[in-house]
Design a protein around this ligand. Structure first.
Ligand code: NAD
Ligand code: UGA
Length: 458
């Protein structure tokens, strides 16, 4: 069958996978190929056990795979055969050299640019889907125009705003799609080609077009604003605990102001995930680079409050449990950085578990989707860690429960049954405020929510 457009996604991760799957699903007359350097990842995409857990994703993959959606390790062939290339490779925080711990590590990105240049035999539209520092498109253009083949490349910025756990619905019905381009004749034509893809399932007014630098920067700013809301409410949760206010009531009262809005005001143990911290640090680095130290430290404080919130959580556990955790069993309920994903990158549960181990507590971890990743994250930790799938089994014989992930099923656990199997006095530290605190207190637990008065018998 001859396809109307041939599209390539480079990088079959949390973004490249689902976003290309959605294009294949909405555009059956386009051929979509997703390539990756990691053969295991590609094999998993071609198997019944996808490498990424997202509600609803498997059904779409089953419908499209082999029809107009293909996963492959043939990067060079992919570049040769496709005209529109989405680059979705990872851009983690640099761990070495200048900007270590702050700037984005662009080595995977640059390698891809060079591969495109080496293998292209016809004009390409190259789309930045990864989150990148402002002006990356310029570097990309310089690399792509350094060849001798006289091929034209148009670079677009089309950052992805989907969140994990809701990727399918976010991609199917996003608040907006952002496309930045050069305002030249060929830049505008490339932009129009990308708009055409998205209008296959989205109304035109949902597609925002802008200059390329605005698009690159908007992605970092959107994540910074979202993370800032989480840090803002978490900072207030500390005050609530001191002053007997209830952070959920405050968030509701504040969030019903339509200028403020209700979303992203859930206090907890802090934001995790592969992007918020990385993208804010990248923004901070850029501000310093451009000589704006005040702006840099303003945004840096969002990350500092996030760390403070985790420190507070563990200090509270230690203080409440009579200043010693040595030899005590703590059941960690949830290890994923949020519900409905198996992803544990930058999960607050990692830092908190490390601190529990440093106090010589025995840690029993349970999670419906993230146990394999948890075991990888903690592989080099010394201390007593067990991974148990069944939450009731995990809690048996423990001194405390620590809720780390807002899994719906943790709201509905039989806490009476759990309480009966635990060492007394039994403690419940709800790092996500999802449990019925009053009910658990009545069952017998000493309950410590975030940003609300503790319910204890001492
Ligand atoms: P990921 O690590 O899950 O996936 C990246 C993939 O790229 C990996 O499978 C890796 O093997 C592959 N890769 C690296 N170099 C390659 C190369 N030269 N050729 C082919 N494949 C290569 O990362 P991710 O979470 O999908 O994030 C990718 C980008 O998208 C990042 O910039 C991130 O900030 C951004 N982003 C992520 C999310 C999210 O929810 N995870 C949301 C929006 C934006
Ligand atoms: C976030 C953004 O929401 C996406 O728009 C963006 O595309 C993505 O980052 C990215 O660039 O990677 P994600 O990290 O997948 O998505 O998940 P979120 O729902 O934003 O949650 C991030 C963290 O904040 C989680 O740990 C979550 O538990 C925490 N959070 C969120 C809170 O503690 N309180 C809230 O009210 C909301």
């Amino acid at each position: 069958m001859k396809f109307k457009k041939n599209i390539l996604g480079i990088g079959a991760g949390y973004v490249g996978g689902p976003s290309m799957v959605m294009i294949a699903s909405k555009c059956p007359d386009y051929r979509v190929t997703v390539v990756d350097v990691n053969p295991e990842r590609i094999a998993a995409w071609n198997s019944d056990r996808l490498p990424v857990y997202e509600p609803g994703l498997e059904t779409i993959v089953k419908k499209t795979r082999g029809r107009n959606l293909f996963f492959s390790t043939g990067i060079e062939k992919g570049i040769q055969e496709n005209d529109i290339i989405f680059v979705c490779v990872n851009t983690p925080t640099k761990t070495f050299g200048a900007g270590a711990g702050m700037a984005a590590d662009l080595q995977y990105w640059e390698k891809t640019a060079r591969q495109i240049l080496e293998n292209a035999k016809s004009p390409k539209i190259v789309i930045e889907k990864s989150t990148l520092p402002i002006k990356t498109a310029q570097a990309m253009e310089r690399i792509l125009s350094s060849g001798k083949k006289n091929i034209t490349f148009d670079v677009l910025s089309n950052p992805e705003f989907m969140a994990e756990g809701t990727a399918v619905s976010d991609l199917e019905n996003p608040d907006r799609v952002l496309i930045g381009s050069r305002e030249t004749k060929s830049g505008l034509a490339a932009r129009a080609a990308l708009v055409e893809i998205y209008t296959r399932w989205l109304p035109r007014e949902k597609i925002i077009t802008s200059n390329i630098w605005s698009a690159e920067l908007s992605k970092l700013v959107a994540n910074a604003f979202l993370a800032q809301r989480v840090s803002s409410i978490n900072a207030i949760s500390a005050l609530c605990e001191k002053a007997d206010a209830d952070v959920s009531e405050v968030a509701h009262a504040v969030g019903t102001d339509s200028r403020i809005g209700a979303k992203f005001l859930k206090a907890g143990i802090g934001f995790g995930g592969s992007c918020f911290k990385k993208d804010i640090l990248n923004l901070v680095y850029l501000c310093r680079f451009y000589g704006l130290p005040e702006v840099a430290s303003y945004w840096e404080s969002v990350v500092r409050i996030n760390e403070y919130q985790q420190d507070r959580f563990i200090a509270n556990i230690l203080r409440s449990m009579f200043n010693t955790l040595a030899g005590k069993k703590i059941c960690v309920l949830g290890f994923a950085f949020k519900a409905d994903t198996g992803d544990t990158r930058e999960s607050p549960a990692i830092a908190i578990t490390r601190k529990l181990l440093a106090e010589r507590a025995e840690v029993i971890i349970t999670d419906p989707r993230a146990l394999a990743n948890a075991a990888v994250d903690l592989a080099h930790e010394k201390g007593n860690i067990r991974y148990v799938e069944d939450p009731y089994e995990a809690a048996r014989g423990c001194h405390a429960l620590a809720v780390m992930t807002d899994w719906e099923e943790y709201r509905k656990l039989d806490y009476r049954k759990i309480y009966k199997s635990m060492v007394k006095p039994a403690f419940l530290f709800d790092g996500r405020n999802i449990v019925d605190h009053r009910k658990c207190f009545e069952i017998g637990f000493n309950v410590f929510p975030i940003g609300k008065p503790a319910l204890t018998r001492f």
